[in-house]
Each structure stands twice: as structure tokens, then as C-alpha cells.
Design a protein around this ligand. Structure first.
Ligand SMILES: Cc1cc2nc3c(=O)[nH]c(=O)nc-3n(C[C@H](O)[C@H](O)[C@H](O)COP(=O)(O)OP(=O)(O)OC[C@H]3O[C@@H](n4cnc5c(N)ncnc54)[C@H](O)[C@@H]3O)c2cc1C
Length: 411
């Protein structure tokens, strides 16, 4: 059976803080916006028990509560949520095709907000106990299950230390495997201070995971001392890994440019190497991966997508889509040469009134429109016919060359 096809202006892939924010901006701009989320809207921020550093919530807010507000706001602006995984994305053409199990969505612009996936230890047996079998990545989601039980946390960054402390509210015993020497963790000073003062937390220094053991569920984690090589089995009911994240970008490989680790480089407008494709949040190359920065990216990416669509529509309809030849004058109103050439362009327009359409492009406001015509500097003229640039007069001081070409064209 042929797949269904649906159309939208913007497809947002990923419903974390970045994707939801981008969707809010696109929805509010009255663009038909479809957001795809393969798990639950909210993304990584919902893994966080308390967010203390997102502005506007001085008493801290649970990640799930904050993300619910984002979702509610996106829905208010008419964003359509598709709670399904994007299986394939063809992003190279003018029309982008986003494929889910049942439907192909054709979008004019795409915002990649697929965030990251947890990094694994690579230890023996790990794959057998992932998620509901004892290895978890989300204290908020799973802490209650470990009430009165024993858990091991692996990692020493902000997430590891803060989530380990959260786990002490539920579990009887929380041990933390840290790769560094005694007393050294990578977390912020406040978290470190609280953690070292917490009697329910026990640190196991200089260790990495060597093996995960158990039956149906995880029962034991074997730690290896990186200095002595000594192996020590730790009996556990569950293990939480907080050793970093990797970008979830496999879907876009070979199309969107990436760095060696799979992160997507963008310009200041969140634009990727592909026209009409933007990347926001943890998925892109950046210095700080937080909710606040994901939100900033989402806002910029949403507005950039809106501008891209407006410009594309203008280019397709006004510049490329005319039924007669179109003369495009790329100018800069503050430049005297450009201003004096404008009167010649106006005369040309008058002379060929019925046969030609004239469009002025202000390079200051819409330089990227001119760039689409292969023009970087004003003044310049382009002659467009049959949806293609037939002639360019670069660094021109009069309209003679373009008029000669025009005359050949219209006879
Ligand atoms: C344990 C932990 C604690 C943290 N604590 C804080 C904190 O206190 N303060 C703070 O500011 N930040 C914190 N962070 C960081 C913060 O959560 C992230 O930087 C932020 O949530 C990133 O948002 P994002 O939208 O870029 O990505 P994500 O939140 O990762 O969202 C990406 C979404 O895309 C979806 N997705 C991926 N691929 C597909 C696909 N093919 N189809 C459909 N959907 C897809 C995923 O399911 C996911 O929901 C913490 C992170 C962790 C892990």
C-alpha cells in the first residue's frame, strides 16, 4: 500500500527544549508546523529532577513540569504533535521528505532538534541490561522504583552528582563510581559540597565499569580500579549511567555536514550546510548544552526558518516565477552609484512596460536573495527568464548590457 503523504511548512524533528521552542516560534508565525517526537515531549530535560538554573524559576522546577509548560505553549500556537520516530529524512532537495512508519511528510523547511542519546560504558554485558532491565539513564523517571534498594551511579559530572543526590531520597544506599582520584569530581562546587556532606552517598574512586552481571535483571556491577587493575564486584538493584551524551544524528549522515563526533555545525542563524535545514539545541556544535541555550537556539532557528520560507516564496514567485522576462536590480539605497543607476532602471521599466517585469532587491535587507542569483555586490543586474538566470551584469554603471540582452530575448 502506498504511504500517505502530508504537507507542512516546517517539520521539527525532536520535541526537547530546543525543538519545542523552535515550534513555538514557527507556530506563532502562523506556519503549519509539525513536531516529531519518538518518546515523550520534553526530551532530556524531563530526566532532570530539579532544574535550578533556568531563569524565571527561582525556587527550581522539576524538568517534567517545565517541559509540560513548553508543550502547552506550542500546542496553543497550533503546532501539530506526531508522537512517532522519524525513520528517514531526505533533506537535500527543495522539498524535504520526513518519513515515519506510516506517512511521508513533505516540508518546506526542517529544524533538526534531535538532541543526544546517552553514552554507554562499553563494558561486558551492558546491552543485556539496558533500560527496564536495570541500567537506567534517568533518575527522575526511575528513582521511585529503587525505594529501599541499592543503586550504583557511574559518572562524576553535574548530572551524575546531582542525580545521585536525588536518588538518596529513595534508595537505601547510593554508591558512585568515579574515574578520578579521591576528592575529584567534575561537578560544580555547590553540587560537590552537598554531595560530600551527604551521608547516604559513598564514592568509589579510580574506577570504571568492567562488567554488568545478572539474570533477567542486573544484579552486580564489576568495577575495575584503573590504577591497580583490581576488580571489585558491587551488588546492586540498579545502575544509573551519567557519563555523557552523543548526538542523535545517524539519520542525517551523508546529507547534513557533521563534525567527527556527529555534532552539526551551524552559522549564527542555526543554518546547516543545506538550504532550508536548521539545527538547534544539543545536536549542534556548541560550548554549553543546557536548557537555556537550547531555548536560545530554538528561538533563533524558528525565526530563521520563518525568514527562509518568506524569502523562498518571494524568490520563487516574484523573481523566478514571472510569465515574462524579469530584470532584477540589486542595489544599496545609501550608495550614490546605486541611486543614480536606479533612474536608468526606472526608465527601462517604463520603456518595456508590457514586456518585462522589474524587481528591486535591497542588498542591505535581502542580500541572500541576491546571492541566490549569484550576486554578492551592488550595483548589479540580472535577467531572469524561464526560471533561470539568463544574464548577469556585475559591477555595472549603466543598463546598456542588460538592455541589449533583453532586446535579444524579446525581439
Ligand atoms: C541528567 C541530566 C541533567 C541535566 N540537568 C540540567 C540542568 O539542571 N539545567 C539545564 O539547563 N540543563 C540540564 N541538562 C541538559 C539539558 O537537559 C539539555 O541541554 C537540553 O534538554 C537539550 O535539549 P534539546 O532539545 O537540544 O535535546 P533533547 O532534550 O535531547 O531532545 C531531543 C528530542 O529529540 C527526540 N528525537 C531524537 N531523534 C528522533 C527521531 N528520529 N524522531 C523523533 N524524535 C526524535 C528525542 O526523543 C528527544 O526527546 C541535563 C541533562 C541531563 C541528561
Amino acid at each position: 500500500m502506498a504511504k500517505q503523504r502530508e504537507y507542512c511548512d516546517v517539520a521539527v524533528i525532536g520535541g526537547g527544549a530546543a525543538g519545542l521552542t523552535a515550534a513555538i516560534y514557527c507556530g506563532r508565525a502562523r506556519l503549519k508546523t509539525v513536531l516529531f517526537e519518538k518518546a515523550l515531549p520534553g526530551g532530556l530535560a524531563t530526566y532532570t529532577s530539579e532544574i535550578e538554573n533556568y531563569p524565571g524559576f527561582p525556587e527550581a522546577i522539576p524538568g517534567t513540569a517545565l517541559m509540560k509548560l513548553f508543550e502547552k505553549q506550542a500546542k496553543r500556537f497550533g503546532v501539530e504533535f506526531k508522537l512517532t520516530a522519524v525513520k528517514q529524512a531526505d533533506l537535500t532537495g527543495g522539498e524535504k521528505v520526513i518519513s515515519t512508519f506510516r506517512t511521508d511528510y513533505v516540508a518546506k523547511a526542517v529544524i533538526v532538534a534531535s538532541g543526544g542519546k546517552p553514552r554507554l560504558t562499553g563494558a561486558i554485558g551492558e546491552e543485556s541490561f539496558l533500560y527496564d532491565k536495570g541500567i537506567s539513564f534517568c533518575a527522575t523517571c526511575d528513582a521511585a522504583y529503587y525505594t529501599g534498594k541499592k543503586v550504583l551511579v557511574v559518572g562524576s559530572g553535574d548530572a551524575a552528582i546531582e542525580e545521585a543526590m536525588f536518588l538518596t531520597k529513595f534508595a537505601d544506599k547510593v554508591q558512585v563510581s568515579v574515574i578520578h582520584d579521591r576528592g575529584i569530581v567534575d561537578a560544580n562546587e555547590v553540587a560537590k559540597e552537598h554531595a560530600f556532606a551527604n551521608p547516604k552517598l559513598e564514592f568509589i574512586w579510580n574506577t570504571v565499569v568492567d562488567e554488568f552481571r545478572g539474570g533477567e535483571r542486573l544484579q552486580q556491577v564489576v568495577l575495575k580500579n584503573i590504577k591497580t587493575g583490581e576488580l571489585s564486584p558491587v551488588d546492586v538493584d540498579g545502575c544509573f549511567l551519567f557519563i555523557g551524551y552523543l548526538p542523535d544524528t545517524d539519520l542525517f549522515k551523508g546529507q547534513v555536514e557533521m563534525d567527527g563526533r556527529g555534532y552539526i555545525p551551524t552559522d549564527d542563524n542555526m543554518a546547516t550546510n543545506l538550504p532550508g535545514v536548521f539545527a538547534v539545541g544539543d545536536v549542534r556544535v556548541k560550548g554549553l548544552r543546557q536548557v537555556a541555550t537550547a531555548v536560545g537556539d530554538g528561538a533563533v532557528g524558528g525565526v530563521a526558518a520563518e525568514r527562509y520560507l518568506a524569502e523562498k516564496a518571494y524568490f520563487d514567485e516574484q523573481i523566478m516565477g514571472g510569465s515574462c522576462p524579469t530584470v532584477v536590480y540589486c542595489w544599496n539605497p545609501t550608495d550614490p552609484v546605486c541611486r543614480s543607476l536606479m533612474s536608468d532602471v526606472e526608465k527601462l521599466k517604463e520603456k518595456y512596460r508590457e514586456q518585462v517585469k522589474v524587481v528591486n532587491v535591497d542588498m542591505y535587507k535581502a542580500g541572500s536573495l541576491a546571492a541566490r542569483l549569484g550576486i554578492q555586490q551592488a550595483p548589479a543586474l540580472a535577467l531572469v527568464s524561464d526560471r533561470a538566470v539568463a544574464y548577469r551584469a556585475l559591477e555595472c554603471t549603466d543598463v546598456r548590457a542588460i538592455e541589449a540582452e533583453l532586446a535579444k530575448m524579446i525581439g
